[in-house]
Ligand binder design. Structure first.
Ligand code: LRH
Ligand code: MN
Ligand code: MN
Length: 424
């Protein structure tokens, strides 16, 4: 289904006067509101192909209705999201969960919705049917060269799919690790991983990047070979300029200062981008901003400051992507909420009085520095985000519009109530 512009306009019209009042009120206090709006309008966050169906846990999965049954229908769903928020103009594929059998047709379909393809993700954490060697004891770090070779070849195949789609990055996450002390020689595991990644790196086209994602635990519960940003950074440094570290917000132990990690990776030009989500306990993959929106804001503060210091374009300088899973919500609503949360945090970071903050930091005026940050954080910037969406032809309130336009009901009538999408 295609969400027609006039329908979005009709829904917007019902809330436009309230919006205008609210927008004028917040805009009044912002030095260069046009510059903020311009940045917000050009900011897009990729949608992962595996997040469009209802997720689950090892205890069960409760599918919603009208889930996409194919890659084509997933593209359609991302099209719906992008039509409503004008901020999700790309899709990231996980292979082999979503194999683009006919890349030209898939690309054309995506283009009809104004979409392109973001990073392609490889998968060597599950055994696929017909696969010769098992990944039970790892993939790129495996003790057996034949297993490593199989995993390397899979990654190279994923790059080939990506080339056909015009993707520009390979995202690698390994579950490789150990479950018990003594199981693994850490140095050998790391060296094997490095050598395997070097072979994959050699297969990257000139204008491509490889993003190395880290995660402390799960599915392995004693060690993970790329367990933290230090290990990822070490690999990315040894690999070369096309390699960088991918930060998935859920992949940190509780209390980790993620914004500091982000700041230093950015300083070293080794920050690839993000998998946005939120969590309370572990890799919960919850809606972005649903648990700790302040942390998200602090991360964006570092991003804006660090990217400006390096003269980077906010919209294109890094990989922005959601990596979430939805057990009880409608996935499209959840993704719309996540994108809104990211744009809100970004808008708050954009309106920080940076000159005043710099001076407060220089003078060690701790209380003032906090006041300046929280002044921005406590500003209700939602009218700015809404105005940016409106100017691009999107909805003032994407979730509200999605409900008013009864999009899920349409999808159920088209696809049926009992559909199950591939993915997490
Ligand atoms: C691992 C992870 C990684 C995978 C995705 C499905 O927890 O974050 O990015 O590719 O989930
Ligand atoms: Mn991830
Ligand atoms: Mn994860």
């Amino acid at each position: 289904m295609q969400v027609e512009n006039y329908k979005i306009d009709e829904v917007n019209n019902t809330g436009i006067s309230k919006h205008q009042r609210q927008f004028e009120s917040v805009a009044e206090d912002i030095a260069d509101v046009e510059a903020v709006l311009k940045k917000l309008s050009s900011f897009n966050i990729a949608i992962p192909s595996w997040a469009l169906g209802t997720g689950g846990t090892r205890f069960g999965r409760f599918s919603g209705g009208g889930e996409p049954r194919s890659l084509e229908e997933k593209i359609e769903d991302v099209g719906v999201i992008h039509a409503l928020n004008q901020s999700s103009n790309s899709i990231s594929l996980h292979i082999p969960w979503d194999i683009p059998e006919n890349a030209a047709a898939v690309k054309e379909l995506a283009a009809q919705y104004g979409l392109h393809f973001d990073a392609v993700n490889s998968n060597t954490f599950q055994d696929q049917s017909g696969q010769k060697h098992s990944y039970k004891f790892g993939s790129l770090h495996h003790t057996d060269k034949a297993v490593r070779k199989q995993a390397i070849e899979h990654n190279i195949e994923v790059i080939k799919y990506g080339i056909q789609l015009n993707s520009k990055a390979l995202s690698v996450w390994l579950s490789d690790g150990s479950n018990f002390p003594g199981q693994l020689n850490f140095r050998n595991a790391f060296q094997n991983t490095l050598e395997s990644l070097q072979e994959i790196y050699a297969a990257l086209p000139d204008d491509w990047k490889v993003w190395v994602e880290y995660k402390p635990y799960e599915p392995n519960f004693y060690s993970t070979t790329i367990g933290d940003w230090g290990q990822s950074y070490l690999l990315a440094s040894k690999l070369g300029p096309k390699a960088a570290t991918l930060v998935d917000l859920g992949h940190h132990l509780q209390g980790t200062n993620i914004e500091q990690i982000v700041s230093l990776l950015l300083m070293e030009n080794k920050l690839a981008g993000f998998h946005f989500n939120d969590s309370k306990y572990g890799d919960d993959d919850l809606t972005v901003g649903s648990i700790n929106p302040y942390q998200l804001f602090l991360i964006f503060n570092e991003l804006v400051e660090g990217m400006d210091a390096r003269g980077m374009d906010h919209a294109t300088g890094l990989g922005w992507m959601i990596d979430a899973s939805h057990n009880v919500k409608d996935p499209i609503e959840d993704l719309l909420q996540s994108v809104q949360a990211i744009k809100i945090a970004y808008a708050q970071a954009l309106i920080i009085d940076k000159t005043a903050l710099k001076a407060a930091q220089y003078n060690n005026d701790v209380a003032l520095a906090q006041e300046i940050l929280q002044q921005a954080y406590r500003t209700d910037v939602r009218p700015l985000v809404a105005e940016a969406s409106l100017s691009n032809g999107g909805a003032l309130d994407p979730v509200g519009a999605y409900r008013k336009l009864k999009i899920r009901e349409h999808l159920i009538s088209e696809r049926g109530l009992k559909t199950v999408a591939t993915g997490l």
